[in-house]
Design a protein around this ligand. Structure first.
Ligand code: FAD
Length: 274
């Protein structure tokens, strides 16, 4: 079984909390290296991220990695959060710039994730293993694909220990990205982010937002299945399992699953990989 990690978002209702517990209970058996918890930019889920990480750590005995985004935040708030996370016993953080919700214009003390990584190192020394985001298909706001590679390298130069990619369905984009940044001197593990496919219209919406490309052949096959949810799930499992196999065969150091707090689709892929 490859090294795996799972990403969850903080639940906000009792129903979502129960759902998350059910998901975590099911996925625990795959012995993840760690589980990460997303962070709402602009402070909207500040407390929920810490609370959820604590729950996963204390109740489920998992190694928890809170995401930390710097956009809209200031040094004092981020320092306090880092101290809380250290006191809670976390050893890993996913450091991001984040995106300001539309309409919010306060950029905060940091403009880019590289500045946050530098700040974490200044404030917490080597305590945290720092993961940063990588974009094999180029970050959607990047003005230039080659400069985007340099900006990725700046995060590693600032002290990141590893990276997790945005999800993608084209393995070559990942291999190309890894080759390109290695040529620039980057030597940290770059773990592919995997998005299991369960619901095509939801996937299309996410992909439009984050700039992930869904290959035409997948779109056409999914459309052909229309409302047949079972057929969509089956095809999704097949496509994502094949992608994971190619990535692992080509040297990917592990897999990070965007679970969306559901176990079924991630489990379906992991069972095929076993
Ligand atoms: P950066 O690395 O700072 O890059 C952002 C953009 O700025 C890029 O286009 C880059 O090329 C450009 N750039 C960087 N440095 C410079 C510079 N010096 N000059 C000019 N341009 C520059 N978002 C959340 O809100 N919460 C989460 O929990 C979350 N988790 C994520 C987890 C993963 C694994 C990934 C891949 C993404 C996640 N995101 C999350 C989304 C992320 O916050 C957005 O994609 C955001 O737009 C960029 O964040 P970043 O850390 O990659 O930013």
């Amino acid at each position: 079984m490859p090294a795996v990690s799972f990403e969850f978002f903080p639940p906000k209702t009792e129903e979502q909390r129960v759902q998350l517990d059910r998901t975590v209970t099911a996925l625990k058996s795959y012995q993840p290296d760690y589980v990460s918890v997303t962070f709402g930019a602009g402070g909207s889920t500040l407390s929920y991220t810490g609370e959820t990480a604590r729950h996963l750590h204390q109740q489920h005995k998992l190694s928890a990695a809170p995401h930390l985004s710097c956009v809209g935040g200031n040094r004092a708030e981020l320092a306090a959060l880092l101290d809380d996370y250290r006191a809670a016993g976390y050893r890993r953080i996913v450091a991001l710039r984040g995106d300001l919700p539309s309409g919010m214009a306060t950029p905060g003390d940091f403009r880019y994730a590289a500045e946050l990584v530098r700040f974490i190192r200044e404030h917490s020394g080597g305590h945290f293993h720092i993961e940063v985001a990588a974009y094999p298909e180029t970050h959607p706001q990047a003005d230039d694909a080659l400069r985007d590679l340099q900006h990725f390298k700046a995060k590693v130069d600032a002290g990141a220990d590893g990276a997790i990619t945005q999800y993608f369905f084209n393995a070559d984009a990942y291999f190309r990205f890894v080759d390109d940044v290695q040529r620039l001197g980057v030597n940290v593990p770059i773990v592919p982010g995997i998005m299991p496919i369960t619901n095509y219209s939801q996937l299309q919406r996410f992909s439009d937002m984050c700039g992930a490309e869904i290959p035409r052949w997948i779109t056409q096959r999914m459309r052909a299945h229309g409302d047949d949810a079972d057929a969509v799930r089956k095809l999704g499992t097949e496509v994502v399992t094949t992608l994971c196999r190619r990535l692992l065969d080509g040297g990917a150091p592990g897999l990070h699953f965007y679970t969306l707090n559901r176990a079924k689709a991630t489990e379906a892929v992991l069972k095929q990989l076993a």
